[in-house]
Every structure is written in structure tokens, then in C-alpha cells.
Write a protein of this length. Structure first.
Length: 477
């Protein structure tokens, strides 16, 4: 009996000592990688280094793993290279981003993924073939780390992708969904929201649900810093897109509660080490002569995304023989192109969505309604135009100069735009499908993919330069 009592006393003593000690949870987080496989050798080296120090390292993605690199997007199973590389790095879980639905290859990709897709507000039918869980609990040396996934939905009640890609999936509102998981959080030592909502909505989540310990965010490509304050006690992290940076997060627990939260942002390109196996995988995927074909020459660099968007607007106008062209700002996925040769891979990375070119007949008033309604008051979301000039007034007091106050249209020579006249508008099937409900206008396919339209245009031009016409004029007020 004395031996049993002594043993029980030792167990209680060790439990008390362990309970009083500080414990750390280490997480490596990425978001909006957009198929930048070329950054993976260095990213994998970062994961290797952290895992050497912290063997129980968790690796998470906040969604939008795909779309933006033709090598991955146009693979036999679209985006398989990204999944293969994520498997090799050792991802534990990924949120669903809106771009996960861009091409209908998500069901087979999920079958090839060694990590979990977590999304509480995605409700797939049995026919969808999608394997999604709302939450998952990870055991980190006896600590229960609960993860909830969430994806943004627009005013139409779905993520920002072509509606045809979402036929077998329904979505609930993020705020209503997360409200149901407070009991789940009470069963965990730490609760993480793996969020593809965007920074402003993440802040709202933190304000509404302080029982969330950490929000790993994405969607808006904000580069946060170590100086980012806690929001209602919640740590929020997010990086720019395309694996420019990743986050090493440390949560410290003591006596059953989190006592410290820390985010360290690591610039991937500054990492000198590379994982050689991952590097070999990337070289294998990149070895495709089709994507190295030269389409045209850039006489000078295209240094701003708008320059490339206006280039695509010009291609739409000429190849579609339209009066006006309109492209959603997210429809162009490259930010710049260097002077010199332009390859097939670069063109397909610029426009990776497999959208069809379509024509619509709209009055000037309807064009203005399309721009203002689709933009949702944001300069970033304002579609770019060809054949006309768009003059916008932004709020000078807005931190990011993104809030729109007015939108005005003019002819290319600066004259008043006729709002009553009907114009032939060339756009892509994605934007047209989203605008159809509030414009109540049908559209007609031109039976050519927008990327092919751009390729045809570039081949004819042979040498290109950014437009000298200021299509987007911005004033502050």
C-alpha cells in the first residue's frame, strides 16, 4: 500500500510540475501561394530548419494554393505540382480559398493530398466528390490544437470564382458559422481560425469571437508585420501572395492558458538554403518546352499590374471587335513582365482561368452600373476598361486610398461619355456571369478562351509596350 501511495504521489507531483511549466506550439503558415512552385525549395528549407528545432511543427495554408502559374495550372491534373510539393513539405492542413474552385480538379487533388482541407462553411453534396471537414484537432505533445476553416462568400452567397464551378457546393455565412464553434474551442488548449476571408473580416471575427486565439488569414494579400497589435486579444497573421513571405507563429501556454502570442515574418527569397529534393521536383515540373515558346517581345518592362490589364483590354477590343472591353482586376494574375521575350508560360500565368470571351450589348448607363456595383466601393475591385477612360475619386483619408467616392467615364480624347448609347462590350464569362443578376442582361460566347485571344493578339503585335493612354485616372478628395 505504501508503494502504491508513493507511486500515486510521484504521478501527481510530475503532473503538477508539467502543468506549471511553459509549453510552446510552433506553426509555419502560408497563404495565397498561387502555385509559385519556384519558391518551394527555399520555403521547404525554412520548414526543415524550424522542424529541426521544433519537431512537432504544424504547417498550415490559409487557402488559394493554386492559380497563377501555368506549369501547375495546366498540368494533366490541374495543380497537381502544388499538391505534390505541399505533401513533400509536410503540410498538415489547408483552408479552402476561392481559387481552389477555379478548375474542376479539386476532387482528385484532395485524393492526392496528404493534408486535410478544413472549411466549416462549405457544404458539399455527396455528388461533389469533395472531402472537406469543418474542424480538426491536432495533438501536439499532448496539447489539443483545434482548427476551424472558413472561406469568404460574396453578396451572391458564394466564393469569388465562376458560379459553374460551385454547382455541387453550398456555403453558409462566415459569421453565422463560426458562432456555432465556441463549445468546440472549450475542448481545445488553443483554437485557430484558418481563414480565407480577408484582413478586414478577420478583424471583425476577432472582435466578435475573442475565444479564438489565432487567425491565420489570407485572401487580401496583406503583408502584416511583427508590430501588428492583438485584436481583442486575438493574433492575426497574413502575408503577401506568391510565397513572398511566410509566418513562424509561437503560442506559449502555461497552467492551461495561452500567455504569449508571437508572429515572425520570414522573407522566402532571402533564404539562402534550399531543400534539394524539392528543388529537383520543381525542376522536373518546370521542364516543359511548350511553356518556353516565345509569343512576343516586350520592348520595355511592364512594371505595374494595370499595364498588363490594359494590354489584355486592348486584346479583347481588337480580337473581339468590340467598342469597349472590361476585365475584372483579379482576372490578371501577373504583376509585371520584364523587357524581352514573352513566353507561353507567362501568358498563361497572366490569364490562368480558362474563361471564355463573351460579348454583351450594354448602354453607357449599364456600363457605369457594372463598374460601380462590381467594385463594391473599392478601387482594387474596380474592373479595368478599354476603349474609354475611367476617372475615379478616392477618399484621401482612407489609409490605403482604396475607398471609391465617385466613378466617371470619358471618351479616349477626354470628351463626355454618352450614357444613353448602346455599346458592344467584350469581357470574360466570369465577370459576365456575376453581373448578369443585377444588369439582367444575357451574354453571348465568342467561342474562344480569353488566354487564346491574348495569345493571338500578341502574335500579331510581335513587339509590345505599355499603353501611353491613361485609362485609369485617380483623384483624391
Amino acid at each position: 500500500m505504501k508503494q502504491r501511495s508513493l507511486l500515486l504521489w510521484l504521478v501527481l507531483l510530475l503532473t503538477h510540475i508539467s502543468y506549471g511549466q511553459s509549453r510552446e506550439i510552433h506553426i509555419l503558415a502560408a497563404n495565397d501561394m498561387h502555385a509559385n512552385i519556384d519558391a518551394f525549395p527555399q520555403f521547404a528549407a525554412i520548414a526543415d530548419s524550424l522542424r529541426t528545432l521544433y519537431p512537432s511543427l504544424l504547417v498550415f495554408s490559409a487557402g488559394d494554393n493554386r492559380t497563377g502559374n501555368a506549369i501547375s495550372d495546366k498540368y494533366e491534373i490541374s495543380s497537381y505540382p502544388m499538391v505534390a510539393l505541399m505533401n513533400q513539405v509536410g503540410f498538415n492542413a489547408s483552408a479552402l480559398g476561392n481559387h481552389e474552385f477555379d478548375v474542376n480538379s479539386l476532387p482528385p487533388l484532395m485524393g492526392l493530398s496528404n493534408f486535410t482541407y478544413i472549411c466549416a462553411n462549405a457544404l458539399p453534396s455527396e455528388e461533389s466528390g469533395l472531402h472537406i471537414v469543418p474542424t480538426q484537432v491536432f495533438d501536439v505533445e499532448g496539447l489539443k490544437i483545434g482548427v476551424i476553416g472558413i472561406i469568404q462568400v460574396n453578396k451572391q452567397g458564394r466564393p469569388d470564382t465562376h458560379p459553374d464551378n460551385l454547382k455541387d457546393v453550398k456555403f453558409s455565412l462566415p459569421m453565422n458559422t463560426i458562432a456555432k464553434y465556441e463549445d468546440f474551442s472549450q475542448q481545445c488548449d488553443a483554437t485557430i481560425l484558418l481563414s480565407h476571408l480577408g484582413y478586414e473580416d478577420d478583424v471583425k471575427m476577432a472582435k466578435e469571437f475573442p475565444w479564438i486565439d489565432l487567425i491565420i488569414g489570407g485572401h487580401t494579400h496583406f503583408q502584416l508585420t511583427e508590430d501588428e497589435p492583438l485584436h481583442n486579444g486575438v493574433l492575426i497573421t497574413q502575408n503577401k501572395n506568391a510565397l513572398q513571405s511566410v509566418t513562424h507563429i509561437t503560442l506559449t501556454l502555461k497552467n492551461g492558458r495561452i500567455t504569449n502570442k508571437k508572429a515572425e515574418y520570414i522573407k522566402v527569397k532571402n533564404t539562402t538554403q534550399k531543400n534539394r529534393l524539392v528543388e529537383a521536383m520543381v525542376q522536373y515540373f518546370n521542364k516543359n518546352p511548350y511553356f518556353e515558346r516565345i509569343i512576343a517581345e516586350a520592348a520595355v518592362p511592364f512594371t505595374h499590374k494595370d499595364e498588363l490589364t490594359f494590354l489584355m483590354c486592348d486584346a479583347f477590343l481588337e480580337e473581339g471587335t468590340g467598342d469597349i472591353s472590361i476585365i475584372n482586376n483579379g482576372g490578371v494574375r501577373l504583376d509585371s513582365i520584364a523587357a524581352g521575350t514573352i513566353t507561353m508560360g507567362e501568358v498563361l500565368s497572366m490569364d490562368p482561368f480558362n474563361n471564355l470571351a463573351v460579348k454583351m450589348y450594354l448602354t453607357g448607363e449599364e456600363i457605369l452600373k457594372l463598374l460601380t456595383t462590381y467594385s463594391r466601393g473599392s478601387l482594387y475591385h474596380l474592373p479595368r476598361v478599354g476603349g474609354i477612360i475611367c476617372e475615379v475619386t478616392v477618399d484621401k483619408d482612407d489609409q490605403y486610398k482604396d475607398r471609391l467616392k465617385r466613378v466617371k467615364l470619358m471618351t479616349l480624347d477626354g470628351q463626355e461619355f454618352d450614357l444613353e448609347k448602346t455599346y458592344k462590350v467584350i469581357t470574360n464569362s466570369y465577370l459576365a456571369s456575376l453581373c448578369k443578376p443585377f444588369l439582367n442582361k444575357d451574354y453571348e460566347s465568342l467561342h474562344i478562351h480569353t488566354a487564346d485571344m491574348l495569345i493571338n493578339y500578341l502574335k500579331k503585335q510581335k513587339t509590345i509596350s505599355p499603353t501611353k493612354i491613361e485609362r485609369l485616372k485617380i483623384k483624391e478628395e
